[in-house]
Design a protein around this ligand. Structure first.
Ligand SMILES: Nc1ncnc2c1ncn2[C@@H]1O[C@H](COP(=O)(O)OP(=O)(O)O)[C@@H](O)[C@H]1O
Ligand SMILES: [Mg+2]
Length: 344
C-alpha cells in the first residue's frame, strides 16, 4: 500500500508527533509498504515523483527524539517561506491525494477534527476518528457533558471562560486544565487558593476556556479501544508527582504495568467505561481513554485521546502487545480498521 505518515504540526505536541511519526513510518516500511514521512506544516519542496514513497525506513537524524522542553514553535513557523498563511505545508495535499491512506501521527492539532474535515472534502482517506468525534473529544468540557449524559463516571467539574466568575466555592485539592490541551501541558494540581489563582493565570495563557475538576487521589489507568472493543488496561505510576509532560516522555520516570494488577471486576468496569466513552463521543477506528481510580476503587474517566501516542513504548502499543499484537502489526491493523470505517 502507498501510505503517507503525516506528522509534526504546530502545537505543543509537535515533538511527540515527530516521534510517533518516525516509529510508524519505520514499522510500515518493515511491513513492505511504500511509505512517506511528511511534516503536515513544513510540507515537501522537492519534485513529486514515484520515489517519494520509500521502503528504506530511513527518516534521517533527529526525527525520533522528544525534547524535554516544549518545541520552539516560533522557529518552526519561521521555516515556512510562505509565512504559513495556510496550515498545510507545500504540496501536502497533492502528496496525500496520491496515497491509499494517510496515517495520522499528529497529536494536538491533528486531534481537533479540522484536518479530518478538510481531508473528507478532498477525498483523502485517513486513520482514526472522523471530524465530529475528534472535535468533541478535543474539548474536555464538551466531553464531560457527554460523559454525564451517558453515565460514564467522571470527576465533578465546572468549565469557565476568561473573565467569568466561579459558579460556587472551589474545594481543594482541585485540578485546573485547559479545555483543548494535551500531553499534560496546562494541567495543574492546586492545593489552595493561591495555587489555584496561579494555575488559572497559567492555563489562560494556553486557552480561553478552562476546566476546574475535583482531584481524584488514587491510581491511574489508560484503556485503548480499537473498533469499539477495549484492550487490556495499563496502569501508570509516576515515580514522582503526577503524569505530567516529563513523566509521560522521559524514559524510566513512570512505571507502566500491562495487564494492570487489579481484580478482574475492576478491569471489566474500566473496559466497559472505555467502550462506552468511545461510543458516546462518536469515535471511530481507535482511541485511548484516561482514568483515575480512587481509594475506594471507583473509576473516573478523565478524557479521550483520539490520536494516542504511537511509539513502541507508548501506552496503546503496550496494551496491544499484552494481547499478542506487535507494533508493526498494530500499525497495519489500525490502517485496516480505518479503511473499514471509511467504507461504512
Ligand atoms: N481530576 C484529576 N485527578 C487527579 N489527577 C488528574 C485529574 N485530571 C488530570 N490528572 C492528571 O493529569 C494528567 C493529564 O490530565 P488529562 O485530563 O489526561 O489531560 P491531557 O490531555 O493533558 O492528558 C492525567 O494523566 C493525571 O495524571
Ligand atoms: Mg491524558
Amino acid at each position: 500500500m502507498k501510505i503517507v505518515v503525516l506528522t509534526g504540526g504546530i502545537s505543543t505536541e509537535r515533538d511527540v508527533s515527530l516521534s510517533s511519526g518516525s516509529m510508524i513510518y519505520q514499522a510500515l516500511c518493515r511491513k513492505g509498504h511504500q511509505v512517506m514521512l511528511l511534516d503536515v506544516y513544513l510540507g515537501y519542496e522537492g519534485e513529486i515523483g514515484e520515489e517519494l514513497f520509500s521502503q528504506s525506513g530511513d527518516t534521517g537524524a533527529g526525527m525520533s527524539e522528544i525534547m524535554m522542553t516544549h518545541p520552539d514553535l516560533e522557529s518552526v513557523k519561521a521555516m515556512r517561506p510562505d509565512g504559513g498563511s495556510i496550515y498545510f505545508g507545500p504540496q501536502v495535499i497533492e502528496i496525500c491525494r496520491q496515497a491509499d491512506i494517510v496515517f495520522m501521527a499528529i497529536h494536538g492539532d491533528g486531534e481537533t477534527g479540522r484536518i479530518q474535515a478538510a481531508f473528507d472534502l478532498m477525498g483523502i482517506r485517513y486513520t482514526g476518528s472522523g471530524y465530529v468525534g475528534s472535535a468533541i473529544a478535543m474539548d474536555k468540557a464538551l466531553t464531560k457533558e457527554i460523559f454525564l449524559q451517558n453515565k460514564i463516571p467522571t470527576p465533578g467539574s465546572f468549565a469557565m471562560k476568561r473573565g467569568e466568575e466561579e459558579p460556587g466555592q472551589v474545594s481543594f485539592p482541585c485540578v485546573v486544565k485547559v479545555c483543548n490541551g494535551g500531553s499534560s501541558v496546562g494541567v495543574y494540581i492546586c492545593e489552595d487558593q493561591a495555587g489555584y489563582a496561579a494555575a488559572k493565570e497559567e492555563a489562560y495563557r494556553y486557552d480561553n476556556e478552562i476546566l476546574v475538576e475535583q482531584y481524584i487521589k488514587g491510581r491511574e489507568f489508560s484503556v485503548g479501544v480499537i473498533e469499539g472493543k477495549a484492550l487490556p488496561a495499563i496502569e501508570i505510576a509516576p515515580l514522582e508527582g503526577f503524569y505530567d509532560y516529563k513523566n509521560k516522555y522521559q524514559a524510566g520516570s513512570t512505571i507502566e504495568t500491562c495487564p494492570a494488577d487489579i481484580p478482574r471486576e475492576a478491569e471489566m468496569r474500566l473496559r466497559q467505561a472505555a467502550e462506552g466513552a468511545f461510543r458516546a463521543l462518536r469515535l471511530q477506528a481507535y482511541a485511548r481513554m484516561d482514568f483515575m481510580m480512587n481509594e475506594q476503587g471507583e473509576i473516573f474517566c478523565l478524557e479521550a485521546n483520539t490520536l494516542p501516542g504511537m511509539t513502541p513504548t507508548s501506552l496503546l502499543p503496550q496494551e496491544a502487545a499484552a494481547q499478542g499484537m506487535d507494533f508493526e502489526t498494530l500499525c497495519e491493523h489500525l490502517i485496516e480498521v480505518s479503511l473499514r470505517k471509511q467504507r461504512e
